[in-house]
Design a protein around this ligand. Structure first.
Ligand SMILES: Nc1ncnc2c1ncn2[C@@H]1O[C@H](COP(=O)(O)OP(=O)(O)OP(=O)(O)O)[C@@H](O)[C@H]1O
Ligand SMILES: [Mg+2]
Length: 137
């Protein structure tokens, strides 16, 4: 088991950038962790690895999937927070996660299927500005 600690939002974003480089060209990252843990912050770092502006990555309101194009490739950002389990098969989500580009899923614990070869990270709040990131086997 591997664990990292970050101090401050910028450190989590930088961590995400390093993970993003490892995900190129078409890896999948499954993120879990509570509200406000720092998942979206980490995704902003992944976006940076593809040359996508951090501000393009947001916590979607009603959008479950959003695609961003950068000079380094495509980022598919999925957030399943507002999803009922019965909605997932209709999204074409499984196909999308095996498609081209880097794919990141927030609230991945709500995915009703396994994604072969995906990297899994759990983000936990350990203090006001500290977070623990744990790699899941
Ligand atoms: N070390 C840190 N790493 C990441 N975020 C931090 C850190 N310290 C403080 N924060 C703050 O925690 C919040 C994380 O919010 P973020 O939107 O990334 O959470 P989330 O896990 O995506 O939540 P949600 O489930 O609502 O999508 C931000 O307000 C950020 O500034
Ligand atoms: Mg989020």
């Amino acid at each position: 088991m591997t664990r990292w600690t970050t101090s401050g939002e910028a450190a989590t974003e930088e961590f995400g950038r390093r993970v993003g480089r490892e995900l190129l060209p078409d890896g999948v990252l499954l993120l879990s962790g509570e509200l406000g843990a720092g998942k979206t912050v980490l995704v902003k770092g992944v976006a940076a690895a593809l040359g996508i502006a951090r501000d393009e990555v947001q916590s979607p309101t009603f959008t479950l999937m959003r695609s961003h194009q950068g000079p380094g490739g495509t980022l598919l950002h999925v957030d399943l927070y507002r999803l009922g389990p019965e909605d997932v098969p209709e999204l074409g989500l499984e196909e999308a996660l095996y498609g081209p580009g880097v794919k990141v899923v927030e609230w991945a614990e709500r995915l009703p299927f396994e994604v072969a070869g995906a990297r899994k990270l759990i983000v936990r709040r350990t203090g006001d500005t500290t977070r623990e990131i744990e790699e899941q086997a």
